[in-house]
Ligand binder design. Structure first.
Ligand code: SF4
Ligand code: SF4
Length: 447
């Protein structure tokens, strides 16, 4: 298998990588959904506080397409629904029963899968709450059930440092993964497994799988970056992608006819009590994930998802629908006396101006900005690091000047939202956030 090497990017040496061993978490007494963290979805509640629900009962639907529904990750009673400003739905909390009831869905057998029409399969996935696992590039919105994509990319490897390792979640799940791949092949003629990381995983995949291996620094595992490197026509920009672990869930759903709630997640970062993989369930409380460490560690910032792309969690929060990693990092929100003359031996940075450039060992990364925001100094760092060559400084200036067409011409839509430019910018400009917001705004205007 020939690998495509992605030359641009940057590997950050941060401490707290999760070990590969799998720790089984205690069963939570409640689970939750966090609708506000699902991009673009306009949720309409289908339950009220006090309602009884089963695993697989619809909790909310997307107002833009009411066939797309998000199902309950637990069976019991709706304990609490937390609203934010303008009635945005922050959390739906389910208190679990001891014997959780579970919805049964009508699914085709393995033998029927060959003969079932594509539309019937789409309807089955919509009814079973599996559809939201498909996302569309370049905006990362949910896939449109009424379209056929040019290709489906299966992401097998880490998109971010410290995400679940396929070696761990594929172990003894090869059959379910194969069944999930059969399902994907019914939805689209071209399904490609984009593999990063451990090459040995390839041997665990079904024989018929089309595998493309990628090597390189972060974000070599990002489907947008991978597509940017191999695409031969603009029609390929609308590819769908799905995470490897979610393909296993597809297989599980087909095999059991039940909404699957088991997940392999990671706890990482330099303040994690134990950096490891954990076997748990969807919507698990953050407090359980880090073993109560949130309360005892006031300086810890809890990041649900990747260190560059996740969202800040609170002690009463839950893992998100798409997030399978929890990172605990030092908040870093403190003054650094005479920071400008310190040699920075312990400071992870893209810049080679610090002594840390000579250190090969991982660093305890923190969330501090280490300086004030200032104007762009045209250093070109962001252009050197950006894996999709969009010249971030010029694209950002176009957006600031409201020249959206110009920003699009620079390749705004190719931005993989990886966050490297924000990390590396010496002027502390939040480039990723600017591009993410601009892409979302443009998408809303053309939708
Ligand atoms: S512009 Fe920034 S966030 Fe976007 S792909 Fe390039 S480095 Fe990543
Ligand atoms: S890294 Fe920051 S300061 Fe340097 S060119 Fe890019 S935006 Fe400007």
């Amino acid at each position: 298998m020939n690998a495509i090497h992605l030359k641009k990017g940057f590997s950050i040496r941060i401490a707290g990588a999760p070990e590969r061993h799998l720790h089984r978490l205690n069963t939570p007494d409640h689970v939750g959904m966090v609708p506000e963290q699902i991009p673009f979805v306009k949720p309409r509640l289908l339950v009220e506080e006090g309602d009884s629900v089963s695993i697989g009962t619809p909790l909310f639907e997307d107002k833009r397409n009411t066939r797309i529904r998000f199902l309950s990750p637990g069976g019991g009673r709706v304990k609490r629904i937390v609203f934010g400003p303008r009635r945005i739905i922050r959390q739906i909390v389910i208190a679990l029963d001891k014997d959780e009831p579970c919805e049964a869905f009508d699914v085709p057998t393995v033998e029927q899968l060959d003969a079932i029409p594509r539309q019937a399969l789409v309807d089955t996935l919509l009814a079973g709450g599996m559809w939201p696992f498909f996302k569309t590039l370049p905006f990362m919105d949910l896939a449109d059930p009424d379209t056929v994509p040019p290709s489906i990319i299966v992401r097998l490897g880490n998109d971010e440092p410290f995400g679940p390792d396929p070696v761990v979640y594929l172990k003894e799940q090869e059959d379910r993964f194969g069944l999930g791949m059969d399902l994907l092949n019914k939805l689209c003629d071209r399904v490609v497994v984009n593999l990063t990381g451990d090459e040995s995983i390839g041997s665990a995949l079904p024989d018929q799988a089309v595998i493309q291996r990628y090597t390189g620094c972060y974000p070599a595992g990002n489907p947008s970056v991978q597509l940017y490197r191999i695409r031969t026509g603009s029609e390929q920009n609308r590819a769908w992608f799905i995470d490897g672990q979610d393909v296993i869930l597809m297989g599980d759903f087909l095999r059991t006819g039940r909404y699957p709630v088991q997940r392999i997640m990671t706890v990482g970062g330099s303040l994690a009590p134990t950096a490891e993989h954990v076997s748990t369930r969807a919507g698990v409380p953050l407090r359980l994930m880090c073993n109560g460490g949130l309360a005892g560690e006031p300086a810890a910032r809890t990041i649900v998802g990747g260190v560059f792309t996740g969202f800040a969690g609170s002690p009463d929060g839950f893992m998100g629908f798409y997030q399978n990693a929890l990172n605990l990092l030092d908040d870093g929100d403190r003054e650094e006396p005479f920071g400008f003359i310190r040699p920075g031996a312990n400071k992870p940075s893209y810049s080679t101006a610090f002594l840390s450039a000579f250190r090969r060992k991982p660093f305890p990364m923190d969330c501090g900005q280490h300086g004030e925001v200032r104007a762009c100094v045209n250093c070109g760092t962001c252009a050197r690091i950006c894996p999709v060559d969009i010249l971030p400084q010029f694209t950002m200036k176009c957006l600031v000047a409201d020249e959206v067409e110009e920003a699009l011409a620079h390749g705004l839509l190719d931005c993989a939202e990886c966050g490297l430019c924000t990390y590396a910018c010496p002027s502390k400009i939040q480039l990723r956030e600017v591009f993410q917001a601009a892409k979302a705004q443009y998408y809303k205007e053309i939708s």
